[in-house]
Design a protein around this ligand. Structure first.
Ligand code: ZN
Length: 76
């Protein structure tokens, strides 16, 4: 993870919310990457993992990975 483009501070992946629904079982979390020094963040990215009919877990969206990628490629 790159340092903060504004202050050079340490950046951290943060889970904002946990979500869980049943039938089918689906886990939806929201993520961001933020600077621990100046608090700037990259915006909110969602992840979604659901259980398929055979009980396997399928990842539909990887919010944590998307947030890190967005942070690392921002241009400011
Ligand atoms: Zn910063």
């Amino acid at each position: 993870m790159k340092a903060c483009p504004f202050c050079g501070g340490e950046a951290k992946l943060v889970k904002i919310t946990d979500g869980y629904t049943t039938n089918p079982v689906t886990i939806r979390n929201k993520w961001t990457v933020k600077c621990v020094s100046c608090n700037v963040d990259i915006g909110i990215f969602s992840s979604e993992i659901f259980e398929d009919v055979e009980g396997g877990l399928c990842i539909r969206k990887q919010g944590g990975v998307d947030a890190i990628n967005a942070w690392n490629t921002r241009n400011e």
